[in-house]
Design a protein around this ligand. Structure first.
Ligand SMILES: Nc1nc2c(c(=O)[nH]1)N[C@H]1C(S)=C(S)[C@@H](COP(=O)(O)O)O[C@H]1N2
Ligand SMILES: [Mo]
Length: 501
């Protein structure tokens, strides 16, 4: 029977790619239940992010923005499909070579997982299991492929596709069970009331304008920026915060210790240094937390320690000037965000929030360590990658509405402006090349938050360019000089072009 011919190279390549994907899906299902960060694509992407040279990271962020991570994962998945196909081809004539290729993938992904801060040797298990499954599948195919019929090949395809799909469904399910432990901890946490409530910004913290960013950004809408491909799932029962370095005495705090301390609530606006002019990597929340300065003072910091390095459970670091932590500003170890325990993506169970500094030098999520040191002795994560040592946040303003179109007649133009810790004292709007007109401002309690602004515009038909400019609390107008985000934050005025009809 001529239907009994052995499978050709194309069928082998397809079988190899399919086996690789089934193995990958299985590995992700296993990892999802126990250690999501150990999943091969997650761990390998994490390693690529950590090991990327500065020029590459900069190019990726500039070119792809926040799509950079999904693209990296897609590229790695495509690479794996390619290697799987090669392994299938090799297996046809030299099964050992095929097995070696699969073993190499497993070794790479396993090593990537083990190398990630916060993960142990066991993190290699998902990759090893996945590779074993892929090799087992190809061994089986080897038999049925030689003696098999087209029908036999269809069975193989069906079984593998079924295994892969089942594993993906399993991964989704496990992804809810594993992290569910963390979500259950969050849900079970009854956040204590603030000992010191946030000062009330006043009745007009929120100007009533459609399309305007709310004064407080809901947690689900709050921008997320970090190097983690998969957010760390921190076990709050074993979590601790260690204070060490240039201190008289090392200290260690459990989560219960933190909750038992004086808790203050503050509205603080967080901004990312890589937010472009007019961008949305900025948000304002009501944070509940432990005053950082009080806690550090108990350790007896050496006055020569000019840098506070904060470290996360996944090994990320930020370096903050100690002087600023102790200058009276509301630097917090936050445990609550807008009345809820910190969301996992925003640092559960504890993070830093320090008004007046960009996130990369202050806002460590999944916080585990505070180390007093010097700027000479240590460069934190983004400093080694070409970003500036801490500088003040640059005064910025954004037009939220109208975005593109408006009806002729009275149009309300509105947006937000921020210059954390200095505050915003004025916002002006210019239509086309007209005069700057002063806008009405919302109520704020401190200079640590953004401030809404609004103005009525009698909009005539046609195309018009709206430009906004803020003045900070020290009377300095926002600069119109255009600068990119590297190394210490973008500048320039935000403009929108509106078609009025
Ligand atoms: N552990 C950890 N914390 C981190 C980061 C990170 O990559 N890892 N990124 C920082 C940066 S660059 C910013 S802008 C803020 C963003 O905080 P958010 O995601 O809660 O908005 O978190 C900071 N904290
Ligand atoms: Mo950032």
């Amino acid at each position: 029977m001529n239907a009994d011919r052995p499978a050709g190279p194309r069928a082998w390549a397809a079988a190899g790619a399919l086996a690789a994907f089934a193995g990958l899906a299985l590995a992700h299902a296993v990892a999802a239940a126990f250690a999501p960060r150990a999943a091969p694509l997650s761990a390998t992407s994490d390693l690529v992010v950590a090991a990327s040279p500065t020029w590459f990271t900069r190019w990726a962020i500039d070119t792809f923005g926040t799509a950079d991570k999904p693209l990296l994962i897609a590229a790695l998945a495509a690479g794996l499909a390619g290697v799987g196909a090669l392994a299938g081809l090799a297996w046809r004539t030299r099964p050992r070579l095929g097995a070696l290729l699969i073993a190499a993938c497993a070794a790479l992904a396993g090593a990537a997982a083990v190398s990630r801060p916060g993960l142990s040797l066991a993190a290699a298990i998902p990759a090893l299991l996945g590779a074993a499954a892929a090799a087992a599948a190809l061994t089986w195919w080897h038999r049925t492929g030689r003696e098999g019929t087209p029908a036999g090949r269809r069975v193989f395809l069906g079984v593998l596709a079924g295994v892969g799909a089942a594993a993906l469904v399993g991964a989704r399910w496990a992804g809810r069970v594993g992290p569910a432990a963390v979500e259950a901890d969050r849900a079970a946490l009854d956040l204590p009331e603030a000992d010191v409530p946030a000062p009330d910004p006043g009745p007009n913290a929120d100007l009533d304008v459609e399309g305007l960013s709310p004064y407080r950004t809901p947690n689900g809408d709050f921008y997320r920026i970090d190097t983690a491909i998969t957010a760390p799932r921190v076990d709050v029962d074993t979590w601790s915060l260690r204070v060490h370095g240039m201190v008289d005495r090392e200290l260690q705090f459990t989560f219960a210790d933190l909750l038992g301390r004086e808790l203050v609530e503050r509205d603080i606006t967080l901004a990312c240094v890589s937010n472009p002019v007019g961008g949305d990597l900025v948000g304002n929340a009501r944070w509940l937390g432990v005053p950082l300065a009080d806690l550090l003072a108990e350790a007896g910091p050496d006055p020569a320690a000019d840098q506070l390095v904060s470290r996360s459970s996944d090994g990320w670091t930020a370096g903050t000037p100690t002087e600023l932590v102790f200058d009276g500003r509301d630097a917090l170890i936050a445990v609550g965000m807008n009345g809820h325990p910190l969301p996992v993506d925003h640092g559960w169970p504890a993070r830093l929030v320090i008004p007046g500094l960009y996130g990369y030098v202050s806002a460590t999520k999944w916080l585990t360590e505070l180390e007093l040191t010097t700027f000479d002795a240590y460069d934190a994560y983004w400093i080694t990658r070409g970003w500036s040592t801490p500088r003040p946040i640059k005064t910025a303003s954004r037009i939220d509405t109208p975005a593109r179109r408006a009806r002729a007649g009275t149009v309300t133009v509105a947006g937000v402006a921020w210059a954390q810790h200095r505050g915003i004292s004025a916002v002006d709007l210019r239509i086309d090349n007209g005069e700057w007109r002063e806008c009405a401002l919302s109520d704020v309690a401190t200079g640590d938050t953004w401030r809404q602004w609004r103005i009525e515009w009698d909009a005539p038909e046609g195309e018009h360019t709206l430009t906004v400019r803020a003045t900070d609390g020290e009377g300095n107008p926002q600069t119109s000089a255009v600068a990119g985000v590297v190394p210490d934050g973008a500048t320039g005025l935000h403009s929108v072009t509106v078609t009025v009809d």
